[in-house]
Design a protein. Structure first.
Length: 85
């Protein structure tokens, strides 16, 4: 048996990455959304593509926020403190 019984991920690294990328993806979603709102017909890139990029950034922001919550709960569980509900 070469795998550990309880596999663990690098929680501190996940915490750092989520904390860094959450505001970046939120800013990207806002920026691309504003750019899409200011786009005129015939502009390149088009409004549709900018909306898609804004939605993708927002989805990644949601994933980063969810991962941040999971990591914080796991770190609190490791240290024996109870996560607030």
């Amino acid at each position: 048996m070469s795998e550990p019984l309880h596999a663990r991920s690098a929680l501190r690294l996940r915490l750092l990455l989520s904390a860094v990328f959450l505001p970046l993806f939120l800013a990207g979603a806002a920026w691309f959304g504003q750019w899409a709102a200011d786009t005129d017909p015939g502009d390149t890139p088009g409004r549709g593509m900018l909306v898609v990029v804004a939605v993708v950034c927002a989805a990644f922001a949601l994933l980063a926020a969810a991962d941040l919550l999971v990591v914080v709960r796991r770190l609190r569980a490791e240290h024996g403190t109870r996560a607030p509900r």
